[in-house]
Design a protein around this ligand. Structure first.
Ligand SMILES: CCCCC/C=C\C/C=C\C/C=C\C/C=C\CCCC(=O)SCCNC(=O)CCNC(=O)[C@H](O)C(C)(C)COP(=O)(O)OP(=O)(O)OC[C@H]1O[C@@H](n2cnc3c(N)ncnc32)[C@H](O)[C@@H]1OP(=O)(O)O
Length: 194
């Protein structure tokens, strides 16, 4: 297969991994989660965004999220596109890790599609961090039809890998960092890193 990397086989957290603790500065149970980036397609206020909203769960670590499924999210007639459900999981699971850790990016996302999701449905997602081992953040979530703990529409697991600000400086666009309100120093570093 030449230079094609081997496909990783598992994102199962180690059995002895400890339960994660909430970051002391994270929002309290019941509060909305902090927005991670206004330009986000999952939860930002931008055209095409799924406009997902998330709140911290009673345990202070898990997160629940709301996604109103609209006609613009269809894949087959009248039904939610599978990739949109994955986007919702990516956002919700990513939001769950922000209760515990700083920036990380999705390395692997696995989704099981259990039930069709009709346009007009409100999907509720429950997401949590199962374990953190060094840079690896293991997460899992469930999407419910209509109400929290309703019929299960899908389940997902994702592995996020912690990255430093240099990830965004090196791979992102300086103008987007500027829109985030990044300092001149950061923007200059981003330009120099390209
Ligand atoms: C200046 C201001 C900046 C402000 C930033 C603001 C906001 C953004 C911050 C955070 C976002 C917050 C919340 C998130 C909310 C929504 C979610 C959206 C998230 C995304 O939309 S994000 C976009 C999609 N995402 C990518 O764009 C990633 C592309 N990718 C890479 O950038 C690299 O691929 C990377 C960094 C992932 C890894 O690269 P790397 O070189 O650092 O690490 P390496 O490869 O050495 O792996 C180390 C260990 O992880 C294992 N490992 C790696 N990959 C694996 C896989 N797939 N499956 C199983 N295991 C895997 C290895 O097997 C090894 O394991 P071991 O150590 O045991 O050997």
């Amino acid at each position: 297969m030449g230079n094609v990397p081997r496909v990783p086989i598992s994102i199962e957290p180690p059995a002895d991994a400890e339960a994660p603790q909430r970051h002391p500065k994270a929002p309290a149970p019941g509060e909305p989660t902090a927005a991670h980036y206004e330009g986000c397609r999952g939860c930002g206020d931008v055209p095409g965004s799924l406009r997902i909203r998330s709140w911290v769960g009673d345990d202070g670590v898990s997160v629940h999220s709301r996604f109103d499924v609209l006609a613009e999210h269809q894949g087959a007639p009248g039904l939610l596109h599978g990739g949109m459900l994955m986007t919702a999981f990516d956002d919700a699971l990513g939001t769950a890790y922000t209760q515990i850790a700083r920036s990380a990016v999705t390395a692997r996302l696995e989704t099981d599609f259990r039930r069709p999701v009709p346009v007009g449905t409100t999907l509720w997602l429950r997401s949590r961090v199962d374990a953190i081992v060094d840079r690896k953040i293991f997460t899992s979530g469930v999407a419910f039809l209509g109400e929290l703990d309703g019929e299960v529409a899908g389940t997902a697991r994702a592995l996020f890998l912690k990255v430093g600000v240099e990830h965004f400086l090196r791979h992102g666009r300086p103008e987007d960092l500027e829109a985030l309100g990044a300092s001149r120093e950061v923007i200059e570093a981003a330009r120099a890193a390209r």
